[in-house]
Ligand binder design. Structure first.
Ligand SMILES: [Zn+2]
Length: 210
């Protein structure tokens, strides 16, 4: 009897969370000249939507390939290089809706992606870009969580040098442990999107009612 009650309760919860149209997280994808973007594109979209679905949210983006920008070569996280790449996105699309997600080649071989926030003068110089993300096509995170992980970063205020990750719950998508790249063998850990991050995303500058 206990088993039946538990499964019924679980089913009811599932129905309740799906009521209403999903909140849309609006993205605009860009690609540098040398980005192997197809390697990441569908896995990170599918992986992202899998994480968002229990919270009645989903990714929304224009159909077709990412918008090409004329940048070639590895991108350093500092020295104004991300900002220079971001400026090329602005030139390609002066007025866009949503957050720019740029497929590019990061200099650091071990970076899945990186978020650059308003106030990060090392990355942006003196331009106050709203937060944007670069996804490095050198490696694919086998948990397929990189996109949502980076979007969570955008919802937290910029604080120089502060590690804002969750280091307590290894199944939290915002916990960097347990993520393997396509270049490394070994186990990955199943990740979930905890409610507190989902609620942050629901209030993000790129979130829209469905
Ligand atoms: Zn992170």
């Amino acid at each position: 009897m206990a088993d039946l009650r538990e499964s019924h309760r679980f089913a009811s919860k599932g129905v309740i969370t799906m009521v209403g149209k999903p909140t849309l997280l609006k993205l605009v994808f860009f690609k540098t000249t040398d980005a192997d973007w197809k390697k990441l594109y569908q896995p990170l979209i599918d992986g992202g939507n899998d994480l968002l679905k229990p919270h009645n949210m989903k990714l929304s983006f224009p159909a077709g390939d990412p918008i090409g920008i004329p940048h070639q070569g590895p991108i350093n996280s500092r020295a104004g290089e991300p900002g220079a790449v971001r400026y090329k996105c602005h030139q390609a699309l002066p007025v866009g809706v949503g957050i720019p997600i740029i497929f590019g080649v990061m200099e650091d071989d071990n970076i899945f992606g990186e978020t650059f926030k308003t106030g990060n003068v090392n990355a942006n110089g003196d331009v106050g870009w709203p937060p944007y993300c670069i996804l490095s096509t050198k490696i694919l995170n086998r948990t397929r969580t990189t996109l949502v992980h980076e979007l969570i970063h955008t919802t937290l205020p910029y604080r120089e040098g502060v590690d804002e990750h969750d280091h307590t719950d290894v199944s939290d998508v915002f916990n960097p442990a347990g993520a393997g790249s396509d270049k490394k063998d070994g186990q990955t850990i199943k990740k979930v999107l905890p409610k507190r991050w989902a609620e942050n995303l629901r209030r993000a500058y790129f979130a829209y009612p469905g």
